[in-house]
Design a protein. Structure first.
Length: 273
């Protein structure tokens, strides 16, 4: 069954010459050899090729870079093409996992904000950790459907400790109903004041290699971003960053408070973090 599925999807490239009779016999015997594989071989090959095809298509979309921000400007299209989404998994002290799927996305110029709000959350006192995953359908046809039942791959983006959240973290702000706590990197947790339970979870993800971080890691290991070393300056022995550009974008919800670009920046070697 899987050989037929594989063959119908990945047709061999046609040759420009005609085969002789002895070559035809070789092909027939090769076709028999193709069938003589270990159980599960063609299923595995089909899935691996489909994953590779999706990755190649997505990587082509994130290649073009915006000259203004220095970031891929087709991130949104790449995410749509791959069916990429994000989930959070809350783990309690007994090892049970609570998966939160439904999220609201807000795309900005340099980042995407993701909000999970629900009327039903597990009790904060029993939670030990929160994991943020990028989730991508295993097969490309699944990217068009929102079904949770199809096979999907998880890519770990970040992990946060929720044990003793209110004691170990400093509140960033509050209103009459909710108190806000921040966890690095980029996670905001809103707690109801009266009940000290989760009201919402929000994360802001920068576009820099976001698709790679959300798709190329595994369920247990984060994608390793290649190191970015400053270019050696032969003139200055204390070379640092020369002629760099900083793009600053501050926003909250639908409002943008500051958006500006600062060019020709410089700093010494000792101040580069």
């Amino acid at each position: 069954i899987w050989l037929k599925i594989y063959s119908s999807c990945f047709q061999p490239k046609r040759t420009l010459w005609t085969m002789k009779s002895e070559q035809t016999e070789t092909v027939s015997s090769d076709h028999a050899a193709l069938r003589d594989r270990k159980p599960g071989y063609w299923k595995k090959e089909y899935i691996l090729k489909q994953i590779a095809a999706v990755k190649a298509r997505v990587m082509r979309l994130v290649k073009p870079v915006d000259a203004y921000t220095g970031l891929p400007y087709k991130n949104k299209e790449a995410m749509k093409a791959s069916g990429l989404s994000w989930i959070i998994v809350l783990k309690d002290k007994n090892g049970k996992e609570h998966v939160m799927e439904k999220a609201k996305l807000s795309f900005k110029e340099t980042s995407v904000s993701i909000l999970w709000n629900s009327a039903i959350w597990p009790c904060l006192d029993i939670l030990s950790s929160l994991k943020l995953f990028g989730v991508m359908p295993l097969l490309p046809d699944q990217s068009k459907a929102t079904s949770k039942n199809g096979p999907r791959r998880r890519s770990l983006i970040a992990e946060y400790n929720l044990a003793h959240l209110t004691e170990s973290s400093v509140a960033l702000g509050a209103d009459k109903l909710v108190q806000l706590f921040g966890l690095n990197p980029g996670l905001l947790v809103g707690l109801w004041k009266e009940e000290n339970e989760i009201a919402f979870v929000m994360v802001s993800l920068h576009y820099h290699q976001l698709v790679e971080r959300s798709a190329l890691g595994s369920a247990t290991v984060q994608y390793a971003i290649p190191p970015n070393k400053p270019i050696l300056d032969d003139v200055d022995p204390e070379y640092g960053l020369h002629y760099y550009t900083l793009h600053l974008d501050m926003h909250g919800g639908s409002c943008t408070y500051l958006c500006g670009t600062f060019k020709n920046l410089f700093c010494r070697k000792g101040r580069v973090d």
